[in-house]
Design a protein around this ligand. Structure first.
Ligand code: GUN
Length: 297
C-alpha cells in the first residue's frame, strides 16, 4: 500500500481562508475586529521566526496583530503587569506568550495569569480542566490541527484505536483528550512503554509527538493505519547541510500506512492556522456571537 499524503499546507490555507471570511463578516456585520497579542521575551532565534510568522498571518486574515518584544532580563512582575494590561484590553481577544521563557521566569505562573477566555494556546489550567472534563474550552493549537486533519480524512473517528506516542502537556495529553471526545479508544504511549512497537502496531491512528527524529519505523505500523507526525527535527544530511524530518521514518511508514502527514508541510502549517481560528472563536465568545463552524473542537 502507498499512503495518501495528507497535505497540511493546503488544509491550513483552507482554514485560514475560513478564518478570513469569518473575520470579514465580524467587521461588516458587527463592526468588530478580532485581535491577537503575542508576547516574546528574549531573543531565541527560533521563537523570533515563529512570532514574526504569527504576526504576518494574523494581519493576512484581517485581524489586528499586537507583538510585544521584551528584553531577556524582563522581571516576572513586569511581564505579569503586561499580561494584566492585555487581559483588560478590549481590542485583544487572544493572548499568546511564546515559550520557552527565559529560565528566571515561571512559565506556569505566567500562563495562568492570562484570562482563560483569551488563552488561545489552551495552556491555562482552567482550559486544561475544561478539556479534560469535556466542557467548552480553548484547545491547544497543534492537537486541534491534528484533529481537524483526522476528521477530514476519516469522517467519523468513533471506535478507532488511536495510539498517541508522547505525553507532553502541549501535544500528547490534549491530543488524547480530543480523540476521546471523538469516541476513539485511546492509548498514550511513551519512552517507558513496554513493547512500544507492539503497541503502535495495534493503532488505527498513530499520533507521533516524541521529538525524536525518525524514531518510528514502518514495521511498527499496521497496514492501512493513519499517521499524524507532529515531530519537526532538523538533522544533518550525509552530503552536508541539514533537513527537517518528523518523528516517524517517512519512507518506510508511507509504504505501509493508509495515510500520512509529511514533514515539512503536514502538522506544522496547521498550528498557526488553528491559532488564528482560536482567536476568532475567542472573539465570538467574548461578544456572545455564534462561533465559526468547523474551526473548533
Ligand atoms: N513555542 C513553540 N510552540 C509553541 C506554542 O504552540 N505556543 C507557545 N506559546 N509557544 C510555543
Amino acid at each position: 500500500m502507498t499512503a495518501t499524503v495528507i497535505d497540511g499546507k493546503a488544509f491550513a490555507a483552507k482554514v485560514r481562508g475560513q478564518v478570513g471570511e469569518h473575520v470579514a463578516r465580524l467587521k461588516e456585520e458587527q463592526g468588530i475586529k478580532p485581535g491577537l497579542a503575542v508576547v516574546l521575551v528574549g531573543e531565541d532565534p527560533a521563537s523570533q521566526v515563529y512570532v514574526r510568522s504569527k504576526g504576518k498571518m494574523t494581519v493576512e486574515v484581517g485581524m489586528a496583530s499586537f507583538t510585544h518584544r521584551l528584553a531577556a532580563d524582563t522581571s516576572e512582575a513586569d511581564l505579569l503587569t503586561m499580561i494584566d494590561q492585555l487581559n483588560a484590553d478590549p481590542a485583544v481577544h487572544g493572548i499568546l506568550v511564546q515559550l520557552p521563557l527565559p529560565g528566571h521566569l515561571d512559565s506556569d505562573l505566567v500562563i495562568n495569569r492570562i484570562d482563560p477566555a483569551k488563552d488561545v494556546d489552551g495552556f491555562h489550567i482552567s482550559n486544561v480542566g475544561l478539556l479534560g472534563t469535556g466542557q467548552k474550552s480553548m484547545v491547544p493549537c497543534t492537537p486541534l490541527g491534528c484533529l481537524m486533519m483526522l476528521r477530514d480524512h476519516h469522517g467519523s473517528l468513533s471506535g478507532l484505536h488511536a495510539v498517541v506516542v508522547g505525553r507532553s502537556n502541549i501535544v500528547g495529553k490534549p491530543m488524547a483528550q480530543l480523540l476521546l471526545g471523538d469516541s476513539c479508544t485511546v492509548t498514550i504511549a511513551h519512552s517507558r512503554t513496554k513493547d512500544l512497537p507492539g503497541m503502535v502496531k495495534q493503532a488505527d491512528i498513530v499520533v507521533a509527538a516524541v521529538g525524536r527524529p525518525q524514531m518510528i519505523p514502518g514495521d511498527w505500523i499496521k497496514e492501512g493505519a493513519t499517521i499524524i507526525d507532529v515531530g519537526i527535527n532538523r538533522i544533518d544530511k550525509p552530503d552536508g547541510g541539514t533537513r527537517l524530518v518528523g518523528d516517524v521514518d517517512y519512507d518506510s511508514c508511507a509504504a505501509v500506512a493508509g495515510a500520512i502527514t509529511p514533514v515539512p508541510g503536514g502538522v506544522g502549517p496547521m498550528t498557526i492556522a488553528c491559532l488564528l481560528a482560536n482567536t476568532v472563536t475567542a472573539c465570538c465568545r467574548a461578544h456572545g456571537l455564534s462561533e465559526p463552524e468547523g474551526l473548533t473542537a
